[in-house]
Design a protein around this ligand. Structure first.
Ligand code: DX5
Ligand code: ZN
Length: 214
């Protein structure tokens, strides 16, 4: 699959509706929603209050990426707030399985995420238990960082594992993605590319999305 999920983190919050309407018009597939708690990552973004306008004005599925400690406390509320998928970090919990169950019980798609310093092998045993895995290609916390090239081999490794076991699990890549590397990332086996700066910082965001998709 070749999906693009612009990250709302780089949108203009003073005029969010205009940016959401641009996303609605564009070829973007999902809206990526980055939630940061200032504890799991050294930055705070936003929480439930912004889910409301996003659900109201965005016609694309909301792909929620939780960068928070204790995801078990909040995943259900994000499901109720209109998430289409909810992802949390493997390294934020001792046991992801009951948290995945909470999300699944709400009829919402599940995603497990790892930061670049977490061994990609740790994801393998969950590949048949989630709808998607998200490999961070920068350290979670901030938009506008440089893509970590070692991510390429991790994508190929997970792709091989998914194909060998004939799973439908999607691979999402997040951080430092743009028109310069989108093609290569899809080629390596990524299904979904998150792009913040590369979309909202582009002179023509809709064109940037189009270029990344082809
Ligand atoms: C980083 C977030 C990313 C971020 C990507 O912690 O998870 O989704 O918004 O931003 P860019 O595309 O600017 O690297
Ligand atoms: Zn993200």
């Amino acid at each position: 699959m070749k999906l693009i999920a612009p990250s709302v983190l780089s949108a203009n919050f003073a005029d969010l509706r205009t940016d959401l309407e641009m996303i609605n018009r564009s070829d973007a597939d999902w809206l990526h929603v980055d939630v940061m708690d200032g504890v799991f990552v050294p930055n705070i973004s936003f929480g439930f209050p912004l889910m409301e306008p996003m659900r109201k004005y965005c016609t694309k599925p909301l792909d929620v990426h939780l960068m928070i400690v204790h995801p078990e406390k909040y995943v259900e509320r994000f499901c109720d707030a209109g998430a289409w998928s909810v992802g949390f970090h493997l390294e934020a919990t001792d046991d992801p399985e009951p948290i995945l169950d909470l999300i699944r019980a709400k009829g919402v798609r599940t995603c497990l995420t790892i930061n670049p310093d977490i061994a990609v092998e740790r994801l393998v045993k969950y590949l048949d238990k989630v709808d998607m895995v998200l490999l961070m290609s920068v350290f979670a916390g901030f938009g506008g960082q440089k893509f970590i090239p070692e991510t390429m081999d991790k994508i190929r490794f997970i792709r091989q594992e998914i194909d060998r076991r004939r799973l439908n699990t999607l691979i999402e890549i997040d951080g430092g993605v743009g028109v310069q590397n989108a093609h290569e990332l899809f080629e390596a086996g990524a299904d979904v590319l998150v792009a913040g700066t590369a979309v909202f910082g582009a002179p023509d965001p809709e064109e940037a999305i189009r270029i990344m998709k082809r």
